[in-house]
Design a protein around this ligand. Sequence first.
Ligand code: FA5
Length: 357
Amino acid sequence: MSDSSTMLDAVAYVAEAQAVLEAATSLLSIDDVESNFLGKKSGLALAHRTLGQLDPEQRKTYGAVLYGIRQELEGLIAGRREVVAEIERSAALKADQLDLTEVIPGLVSTVVRRGHQHLISQTQAELEDVFVGMGFTVADGPEVETDWFNFEALNIPPAHPARGMWDTFYLELGDPETVVLRTHTSPVQIHLMEEAVAQNALPIHAVMPGRCFRRDTPDARHLHTFHQIEGLVIDEAIAFTDLAGVIQTFTTAYFGPDISSRLRPAFFPFTEPSAEFEITCTICHGGGCRTCSQTGWIELGGCGMVDPAVLSAVGIDPERYQGFAFGFGIDRCAQMRHQIADMRALVENDLRFIEQF
Ligand code: FA5
């Protein structure tokens, strides 16, 4: 083959390969282009096979041309491979993408609902906040008490008629001590005073919230398991006016300035003088209703000056120290603040009620 017209047209061959390459959009089709233009059966391979028929000078020149074509095509093919590989990789990534905002069938109705603290816990926390704001600390005490803490140390000896004020759950644990579910938070006063005496840590300004138990028949204002917040101040030169001032400040802070309150003389064996603390019934605004037994008033708690006999029983000198104490119903406070006509709603676990607060 000495006729140059039968020789491969390098420019046309490369141009054709280039056009086909540009149309190739997958790595597989680039493999085909490679095989068609550089493979054993390609025009380039055929041209190679004719080299032997050329004279040495032509062979050298034509050989260089064929080598040039191969070099150029290999470069073009490698470049196109990189481009197409990148396109294929992005397409694969896109196809694998997980749209987390998509609604997964079957989970559509599973709405995760958030709970919140029960109204009684919220109320306890708010009452604690009010008293902490007035300089009180918060203390805790046991729910199961000996007769001594729940009654005797509070000036209520066995068989004293005042025991009838509290219908008590007795635990049958046998002698030597009578054990009860505490009927009020007042026994925590005794624990605090004993600790303060032992640690020489008087004065005391503390509130003590917690659960109490009585064999009361549940009604609009009573539960058998309820909550009180006890208050105790033991210091020098304490007078009844200090107690009245604390109660007035508490009432305004918790119920707002518009609520009417009053102290009525009462009897508690552990305070002297004693009083009951009442506010206008928020259900009927004083007009009289079933909740307040038509009186227009709701009793929130008892209070008074700590009886010197109680101070002596725990080893505090009543000549030097005086004090006042109070005990309010937490459930009652919640009931009046949120105008709940029947206290039993607080423990019936009706979600429609619970979700209101
Ligand atoms: C006492 O329990 C005295 N320990 C209070 C006290 C403390 C007086 C310190 C003096 C000094 P009383 O039994 O009245 O008192 O109860 C106080 C408050 O607890 C009541 O006014 C009421 O708000 C709440 N309470 C009493 N019994 C129940 C009950 N069964 N259910 C819901 N709340 C109750």
